[in-house]
Ligand binder design. Sequence first.
Ligand code: ZN
Length: 232
Amino acid sequence: MEAKHAQVLVVSPHPDDAEYGVAGTVVRWVRQRREVVYVVCTNGDKGTSDVSVKPEDLAKTREKEQIAAANLLGVREVLFLRLPDQGLEDTSEFRKEIVRLIRRYRPETVVTANPYRRYVWHRDHRITGQVTLDAIFPYARDFLSYPDLMREGLQPHKVKEVLLWGTEDLKYRSDITETFQVKLAALRCHKSQVGHIPPEELENRLRERHRLIAKGEEFQLAEGFHREEILR
Ligand SMILES: [Zn+2]
């Protein structure tokens, strides 16, 4: 398996989480010619309150919506792991898959859900964040971690920084004033998730949220993260 370098890897629990968490920043990166690859861990087949929809149809719809959103943002590639929605576990297979992708794409930056958010937090988000952090350090870094990945031609890789969305202690505010409208349009691609919200209400809710995150900064709208530089 050959390496396919991308500067940013976004590991999302479900289709749509990356749009809420980081899409405005993704557009900025793409405009700066940083290549972005999405990994969507679960098939999202539980995320509905519509009792008439079949889970397998919902999973297909959500993949299509995710691809449409990613195309709009300029994401280079979207990979679907199709693990069970609400059934994600912290297993060595899942961790190894993320290690494989980190070694394959060799990103400087990895973005994922904050696993340490307190109290009410989707279990899939917690597990995706934790497994991704473990995969970054030490598993992707150490060549003895997965000798079989070495045999596949996947060399160890050191990620430089991790950004975690869904954080309670914001350490890094990313200016999305110029890219907010693209983020909003990408979010609207997820019709099965946001289609029931009147368009104006969705925009107002989102704008208010990003305005609050930007409070105290010179810019109007921001996405917020915990940022961790990896020095080891
Ligand atoms: Zn989610």
